[in-house]
Design a protein around this ligand. Sequence first.
Ligand code: ATP
Length: 204
Amino acid sequence: MSHLLVGLTGGIGSGKTQVSDLFAALGVSVIDADILARELVAPGMPALKAIRQKFGDAVLDNNGELNRRQLRERVFSDPEQKAWLDNLLHPLIRHELIKQAREAPSEYAILAVPLLVENQLNKLTDRTLVIDVEPQRQLERVVSRDRVSEQQVRNIISHQASREDRLAVADDVIDNNGEISQLAPQVQKLHEKYLKLAKINLKA
Ligand code: ATP
């Protein structure tokens, strides 16, 4: 059972996957909110049944899987339906995140949540670790990774928390403006710090 929960967040393309992989390589349990959210709406899950009842078969693919894009489009311009969906999924995600984090075998666990700040999930964690990157670098990395236009990325960034808002709630920050090789030493340092903090929590 883990004794410390660290919320890891950052804007699109900030390096969350890179950093999560480094923590995982050190033997730390990483719980990924995106994966978990997808599992909750897999075929056969109660949440998918509720979504189908509300939105009809149009939001399902031929194989019965949720067509996330369709659903996003349906709720994008309709705040009431968006609120309904959030009310259904957010408590489920929250519950599952906490459960998996508690059950994690490592001394501390990382909760990787892209919208940690936006959805106030930082209230569930002991600490918030923000991966910080300058907007211009962030833009360039996402454009080259996803082969999308700068405008599309700007649009996504504008719907996320600002760099300042994120940094304002950070307990720890990883600077990802440099080379990828500069991430591992920062992760190692934080790992040692989190192990110490987990020990203190264990005794408390
Ligand atoms: P998303 O929010 O879209 O899930 P993410 O925060 O997980 O993204 P990554 O996928 O880890 O971000 O990184 C975004 C892209 O930038 C990837 O292609 C990654 O290889 C690259 N990248 C990350 N860090 C660096 C760096 N320091 N230098 C160069 N490229 C980097």
